[in-house]
Ligand binder design. Structure first.
Ligand SMILES: *Cc1c(COP(=O)(O)O)cnc(C)c1O
Length: 235
């Protein structure tokens, strides 16, 4: 596990690199938000990042996010949590309750579940449509050829104040740049502002292609432990 000072130092380094990449792309650094991906890391690491000024976090699993984050909102009311992992419909209600944004809307059944959950919870987080730009069989994300229709349907159903943009995870064995370009072009075509792409290994390239959210985990928190955290203090 990384120490708090190494997490603070890593955050400073990543923020500097984000600013430099934005500047190189002729964009204001304020146009790129850093999502600190804390999955599998203990709540103590999240607290270290909060103390270093980081406010926006990403988690893959709803259960792990629910164990780590809600209690922190008392001390850090401006904390924001994004769910970035593939979402099962039976987790939709919990996700709607705890998240500020769900980045992985990718199928009509999940839209239905989120709409029902929003009725029950009385709130609905922002949504990003996840696009499977590599058309990989196993991966979450709407398939490329169905993406335009699904984005239109999602916008019609939830409105542009809720459906804010697009997210992708390029195939790990390919040059990510064409995938980043595809996603940014698609977002632009639909008039969507938020483009979530780029991870520890490639966030600078993503910014060059127009990312407005980069999701960085291991470059901040170090190598991931082998299992998720299911209790706040780590189990
Ligand atoms: C784990 C994860 C990340 C962060 O990956 P790193 O390589 O550790 O930066 C980003 N996005 C998603 C969807 C993830 O699951």
């Amino acid at each position: 596990m990384s120490t708090s000072s190494s997490i603070a130092q890593a955050l400073t380094g990543i923020r500097t690199r984000i600013e430099a990449s934005a500047r190189a792309a002729g964009r204001p650094a304020s146009g790129v938000d850093l999502v600190a991906v804390s999955k599998f890391h203990p709540q103590a690491s999240v607290i270290a990042a909060l103390e270093a000024g980081q406010r926006l976090f990403g988690e893959n699993r709803v259960q792990e996010a629910a164990a780590k984050f809600p209690a922190l909102r008392t001390r850090w009311p401006d904390l924001r949590l994004h769910i970035i992992g593939g979402l099962q419909t039976n987790k939709a209600l919990e996700a709607v309750r705890i998240a500020d944004m769900i980045e992985s809307l990718d199928r009509p059944a999940l839209s239905d579940a989120l709409a029902r959950a929003a009725d029950r919870a009385g709130r609905l987080p922002g949504l990003l449509v996840q696009v499977n730009t590599g058309d990989e069989g196993q991966k979450s994300g709407v398939r490329l050829e169905e993406a335009d229709a699904f984005i239109n349907a999602s916008l019609e159903r939830f409105g542009p104040a809720v459906v804010r943009g697009l997210m992708c995870i390029p195939p790990h064995d390919q040059d990510p740049t064409p995938h980043f370009r595809t996603l940014a072009t698609m977002a632009h075509r639909h008039g969507l502002d938020v483009v979530s792409m780029g991870m520890s290994a490639d966030f600078e390239r993503a910014i060059a292609c127009g990312a407005t959210l980069v999701r960085v985990g291991s470059a901040i928190f170090g190598a991931r432990p082998a299992t998720p955290q299911t209790a706040p203090n780590g189990t």
